[in-house]
Design a protein around this ligand. Structure first.
Ligand code: ATP
Length: 339
């Protein structure tokens, strides 16, 4: 068996980041041994940890590493509320123009939730909208945030969603918006979605208003196949959808651009459970599975996913967030044993 080595930038993150990253790395290395692939991890801090060591929130060496490896696996990095530094996640996505945030939301076997058999995908525009970070204080009592929506940003995320739908035989794309109120910005977003949709007559296209979508998602989530939306709505709907399948510990994500890709879970740094061996590494592990597909390690990806699903189907070694009794490390060991 030939050995393939993949150079990957690894940002363990903070909060539960180091625990879920260590678990994920141990599973990937065990899986790689079986399929002949090894990982050359280039490890970097980001955020407050990096600032304490280097004086920079995102060290230049980290930027250089991502430019070099073009693939990063990233744990959560805390963004302070209010003052402090701007979001590391948002900064990295903008710096590398990772315009497509891809988040598959799929039920895991054996998990009892109110909504069985969910299988949908969220395509969230990742660089614009109210996350552009353009804010001004007009006067001490008036703050203003700018919502930036462009033809380029909207068209390319719509194109990603429809290309994926066609490739993976998905039937429906729903564009989610609030164009009844934000007529210009969300109106432009919808026009771009419709322009792309017209090129895919075999895929059903519909438009839903975001507040109605929240209600629809908790009444009949099965009506959705692909959700295509702007940055802020996508962030909120991702957390809602992760709740449908068992919580934030499960849902993976990929930030994709034309040059680089960063794979990270939907969840944040979960400071309430950090350092207690309680975090569920499934979301980062499933993000790593997306990464393995991205680097053409399909067999390794399938083996990891199969082992993970086996552990869920058995239901004996699950973490507390999904009703189990086990810790992060024991869960990772169970997945390795199931490989
Ligand atoms: P952010 O805005 O930074 O994305 P968030 O609002 O999504 O963060 P989290 O930090 O992800 O918030 O945590 C929300 C809740 O979900 C917390 O109670 C946390 O403990 C729980 N949670 C998040 N991730 C996990 C995980 N991997 N395992 C178990 N529980 C988790």
């Amino acid at each position: 068996m030939s050995t393939r080595t993949h150079k990957i930038t690894l940002i363990a993150g903070d909060g539960i980041g180091p625990e879920v990253s260590a678990a994920t790395v141990s599973i990937l290395e065990a899986a790689g041994k079986q399929t002949g692939c090894t990982f050359d991890w280039h490890r970097y801090d980001a955020g407050a940890d990096a600032f304490a060591k280097t004086g920079e929130y995102i060290p230049k060496a980290l930027y250089n590493s991502i430019e070099d490896t073009r693939v990063a696996l990233k744990g959560p990095v805390t963004t302070p509320i209010g003052g402090g530094f701007s979001s590391i996640n948002v900064t990295l996505r903008k710096k590398f123009d990772l315009y497509s945030n891809f988040r598959p939301v799929k039920s895991l076997p054996g998990l009892k939730t109110k909504f069985p058999d969910i299988d949908m995908v969220i395509f969230r525009e990742n660089t614009e909208d109210l996350y552009s970070g353009v804010e001004v204080m007009i006067n001490p009592d008036l703050a203003q945030s700018f919502k930036i929506i462009t033809t380029k940003g909207s068209t390319r995320i719509a194109q990603s969603a429809f290309d994926y739908a066609k490739k993976h035989n998905r039937k429906k794309v729903h564009a989610i918006h609030k164009a009844n109120i934000m007529k210009l910005s969300d109106g432009l977003f919808l026009r771009c979605c419709k322009f792309v949709a017209d090129k895919f007559p075999e895929i059903t296209y519909a438009e839903h208003i975001v507040d109605n979508t929240c209600m629809q998602l908790v009444m009949n989530p099965w009506q959705y196949d692909i959700i295509l939306t702007e940055n802020l709505y996508g962030d909120i709907l991702s957390d809602l959808c992760s709740g449908l399948i068992g919580g934030l510990g499960l849902v993976p994500g990929a930030n994709l651009g034309t040059e680089c890709a960063i794979f990270e879970a939907v969840h944040g740094s979960a400071p309430d459970i950090a350092g207690q061996d309680k975090a569920n590494p499934t979301a980062l592990l499933q993000s790593a599975v997306l990464m393995l597909h991205h680097i053409d390690e399909t067999d390794t990806a399938d083996n990891v996913q199969t082992a993970l699903e086996k552990v869920y189907a058995e239901g004996k070694t699950l973490t507390r967030d999904v009703g189990g009794q086990s810790g992060t490390k024991a869960f990772a060991e169970a997945v390795i044993a199931a490989l």
